[in-house]
Structure formats: structure tokens, C-alpha cells
Design a protein around this ligand. Structure first.
Ligand code: HEC
Ligand code: CU
Length: 303
């Protein structure tokens, strides 16, 4: 009803509690507001100065009590969501201008991916949030509160999405020219599906089966894309840009921005500055038509 990027559509523990707190606050302070307006009205009618009792109770005791209750509740939510859970799955997420580097289970299988966060439903996940350059902020409104990603620090956020489905996250801290174009897809899978996804995704990239795809792979290698991009089994070690091992299998291109298909891939490679101003990738408008078609077909085939 509210879409995939809405705090009013909570499907995770942190987002649930935050919405409860918001509703309680709105009702509670709605009552206080009506009460205060009533007292103002009375004071007007009776036309005499307020007694000390009103000043102490309404002006000092009540606000302190209300703020203490609120502070305790919101601190409890914050503490609950920043506490590391020993049994939780750990995922490292690092913000870059303007994309997300993601490593599943860094102490174990260390599967690297980018720009799409796949999560198991009903299981606690501890995110270790970092930044590679400026301050970013991790926010999936339907699943949890925000957490800043600060250079030189590791902030942990423990989340637990409850309902399988597709959601959307967005960088929530101004981080440069394409800050509004720094989003990501979130795919919550049933626990068994998630385990299967991890196993299936771990290996090397899909082989280039057809001649055109082989040409595309060659363009990728010849033009030095591997200096910044990794495709497992083809070119490893490039970390300045998103991992492309399964780029064609992601729902969106360019960190949540465009539908993933060959046409958009070709547009991106030929003129990334047009699709994402400020992106730290050169445009390859000197590729020939066939080269561009081949490399975009190859990337689209990597699922
Ligand atoms: C200097 C480093 C660099 C080089 C060289 C480079 N890229 Fe990139 N590329 C990036 C960065 C950084 C991004 C992320 C941009 C963003 O979203 O802000 C990116 C993003 C992409 C994406 C989108 C990935 C996604 O998850 O949506 C594709 C596809 C891509 N590059 C393909 C290529 C191809 C093909 C080449 C070679 C012809 C290439 N890149 C060369 C740095 C580079
Ligand atoms: Cu950002």
C-alpha cells in the first residue's frame, strides 16, 4: 500500500518498533497539545494569573517526564539494533560514491557482490557498515532505522527482516553530486532460498557460451575494465567499482537506478556521466558499435 521504500510499511524488527514509537508519540503529544490548548482557553476565560502549581507541573515536571519516557524508549530501540548478535549472519556493507560494496559472511565464505542486498527472512543479520570516502548513511525504511557509514569507523546495525519480498534502500546522507542516485535493491528470501542463493552465487561467473559473448568478454579485458571491476574466474582483484560477477542478475543497474537490461548497460558504458553525473567511472564512447553491443550482451548474460 505504501510501496517498497516506506517506513509506514514495516517488515522488520527495527522498523516495527520505530513505527510503534512514532504512533505512540503522535497520540501522546496530540493529547498533550489538546490539554495545553484547553488550559490556555481556561486561563483566557478566568482572566487571572496562573498559580505556581501549574508552572511546576505543566511547565517542568510533565515535559521532563515525557522526554524521559521518549528518550528511554528510543534509546532501547537503538541499543537493541546496534548490539551485535553472536548467532547473526554478518554482512559487510561499504559505501562508495555512489554505490554499495557487499560481502556476505566475511569470516567464512566471503562472497562479494554489490548494489543489491539479499537477506534471509526471520534471521538476525549484523551489518558492519563502513565508508570508503565520505559519510554515507544506510537506510532501508521498511526494515530498520538509519545508520551512518563513517570513514575510519565500523558501525554495526543488527536487523531482522520478517517478510520475504523486494524492498528498496537509499543513501540517507548527502554524499556528493549523485547522492540521490545512490539507492539499492533489497531482496528478502525465505531462509532455505537464501542458503541456496549463497551456494549458487558463490562460484565463478557464468561461462560466455556464444561467440558474441566471448567477444564481449574480450572487450571487457582489452579495455581494462578489470582495473576497477572483478568478474570471478575472469578478472580478479579490481575493487574500485562494483563486482560484476552476476551483474546481469541484479534487478537494477547503477545502484538501484535503472532496469537491468542490455540497452541500459550499453548506455551506461558509453556515457556513464549522462546516466550518473559524478560517477567515478570513465565513459567509453570510443567503443565501436559491435564492441559496445558485445560487452553489454556479455554483462547482461552474467546472472
Ligand atoms: C576507473 C575505474 C573504472 C573503470 C576502468 C571501469 N569502471 Fe565501471 N564502474 C566504476 C565505478 C566506480 C562504478 C560505480 C558507479 C556508481 O554507481 O556510482 C562502475 C559501475 C559500472 C557498472 C554498473 C554496475 C552496477 O552494479 O550497476 C557497469 C555495468 C560497469 N561499471 C561496466 C564497466 C565496463 C564494461 C568497463 C570497461 C569498458 C568499466 N566499467 C570500466 C569504475 C570503473
Ligand atoms: Cu551516499
Amino acid at each position: 500500500m505504501y510501496g517498497s521504500q516506506s517506513a509506514l510499511n514495516p517488515v522488520g524488527l527495527g522498523a516495527d518498533l520505530t513505527l510503534d514509537l512514532t504512533v505512540a508519540m503522535t497520540i501522546g503529544f496530540g493529547i498533550v497539545f489538546v490539554g495545553v490548548m484547553g488550559i490556555v482557553w481556561l486561563a483566557w476565560r478566568r482572566d487571572r494569573p496562573a498559580g505556581r502549581w501549574w508552572v511546576w507541573s505543566g511547565g517542568i515536571v510533565l515535559p521532563i517526564a515525557a522526554i524521559l519516557v521518549l528518550m528511554t524508549a528510543s534509546t532501547a530501540i537503538l541499543v537493541a539494533s546496534t548490539r551485535a548478535d553472536d548467532r547473526a549472519l554478518v554482512i559487510d556493507v561499504t559505501g562508495h560514491q555512489f554505490w554499495w560494496d557487499i560481502v556476505y559472511d566475511p569470516g567464512g565464505i566471503a562472497l562479494r557482490d554489490a548494489n543489491e542486498l539479499v537477506l534471509p527472512a526471520g534471521r538476525a543479520v549484523t551489518l558492519r557498515l563502513r565508508s570508503n570516502d565520505v559519510i554515507h548513511s544506510f537506510w532501508v525504511p521498511s526494515i530498520s532505522g538509519k545508520m551512518d557509514m563513517i570513514p575510519g569507523r565500523v558501525n554495526t546495525l543488527t536487523i531482522r527482516p520478517d517478510t520475504p519480498g523486494r524492498y528498496r534502500g537509499q543513501c540517507a546522507e548527502f554524499c556528493g553530486l549523485s547522492h540521490p542516485r545512490m539507492a539499492f535493491e533489497v531482496v528478502v528470501l525465505a531462509p532455505d532460498d537464501f542458503d541456496r542463493w549463497l551456494v549458487e552465487t558463490q562460484g565463478e561467473a557464468r561461462d560466455a557460451a556464444k561467440p558474441e559473448l566471448l567477444d564481449g568478454k574480450q572487450v571487457f579485458i582489452d579495455y581494462g575494465c578489470a582495473a576497477c571491476h572483478e568478474i570471478r574466474g575472469v578478472a580478479e582483484g579490481g575493487r574500485l567499482g562494483p563486482d560484476l560477477t552476476r551483474v546481469g542478475g541484479r534487478a537494477a543497474l547503477g545502484a538501484g537506478m535503472w532496469r537491468m537490461n542490455q540497452g541500459n548497460l550499453a548506455g551506461w558504458i558509453a556515457d556513464v556521466g549522462d546516466m550518473k553525473p559524478g560517477a567515478q567511472m570513465p565513459s567509453y564512447n570510443h567503443l565501436s558499435g559491435p564492441e559496445l553491443r558485445a560487452v553489454s550482451a556479455y554483462l547482461a548474460s552474467l546472472k
